[in-house]
Structure formats: structure tokens, C-alpha cells
Design a protein around this ligand. Sequence first.
Ligand code: TYD
Length: 204
Amino acid sequence: MFISFEGIDGVGKSTQIRLADEYLRARGKDVLCTLEPGGTELGQEIRNLLLHRKGDVDPRAEALLYAADRAHHVATVVRPALANSSVVISDRYFDSSVAYQGAGRKLSAKEIRDISLWAVDGLLPDLTVLLDLEPTKAAERRNNTGQEADRLEREKIDFFEAVRNEFLKLAEAEPNRFLVVDANQSPSEIFGHISKKLDELLRS
Ligand code: TYD
């Protein structure tokens, strides 16, 4: 079972991923939690280039670096774990590229999707949980963590508006794969919606 968590920066993905991990382990599943960018050693280097290196990155170069991270991650971590019948939970997957590079950077969403799907040889998640929150609220949450903002997090509110809208469009286009949860609720309320969906998947 392959599950991805998506949403703009600051929606609370990490907390929900931790809860999902605990929930599935308590039900006897082997769970691997991983992330993009940076789910491999090579990926950590790419993550550094993307988020912490000084200076701009051309939007197409940015899209290809995320795709390179993803290709290596899927080939060396995600597919082997799925073959071992583990549940894999990824903090972000290719929908992030379609939303951030496609809509945020104003490249073509279709082209980004095609590049990303080529990179992963067509591997789609069984479930994508989209945590949805207004960009101003997400920015408040980010500011409260006390961590320094990375290159993407320094983008303006209208960038995150575009990214959020694209995520919602993607979810509308694939209602069977996506679960959209209003992230303007307490962590346990949010997880209540997610656990119902996990139960459904476990039964199927
Ligand atoms: P993330 O790990 O969620 O950030 P943090 O560790 O600060 O919570 O994601 C890093 C950034 O990369 C985030 O701003 C979203 C961006 N991103 C893209 O622009 N495209 C992508 O394909 C992915 C996977 C992430």
C-alpha cells in the first residue's frame, strides 16, 4: 500500500504522518515513512541544492531536480519496500511537483505530470491525503515553528494560493485516489478522517 501526504508548507503533514504510522503499526503493518525531496542519500544532496543553496534556480532546472530526486527515491526505496509488502508513506510525492512547479512556477502542469510519471515509471499512490488550509493560516503555523524559512517557504502568499488551488484541482480530477481533509481542525479531528479512510483500505 502506497500513501502520499500533500499540502502547502505548514498544513501539519508531519504530525498526521506520525499518527498514520502509529495507527498502521498498531494494526500489524510494516510501515516505511519516507519523504521527498531527500528520501535517499543522493536525495539529501538534491534537497540541499533545492532548498538551502544561495541564489535562484531556473524553474525547469528546479522541476528536473525534484524529478531526479523522485526517480532515485522510487527506484531504490519505495518500490523495494512495496515489493516487501510494506506500507510506504511518503511525505510529498509527484502531486507536489505538479502543484509547486506546474502552478507555482507557472510551467505546464501537464508537462510536469508527464516528467514526474516518467521519472517513477508510472507508480501512483493508492491513497493521497491532501491537507487543505488557507495560505495565510499555513504561514502563521510556519512562523510559529521558529525554524528558518527555506527557499520555497520564502515565496509570497499568491504563490501558495496558486499551489493550493492546483492541489484542489488535482484532487477533484482524481476523487478515488485523493482524500481532502480540512486542516483547519485539531490534529485528532484531522486524523479521525484519515483513519476512517485507512480502515477502508485495510479492509479492501
Ligand atoms: P517539505 O519537506 O515538505 O518541507 P519541510 O521539511 O520544510 O516541511 O518540502 C520541501 C519543499 O519542497 C516544500 O516547500 C515543497 C517543495 N516541493 C516542490 O516544490 N516540488 C516537489 O516536487 C516536492 C516534493 C517538494
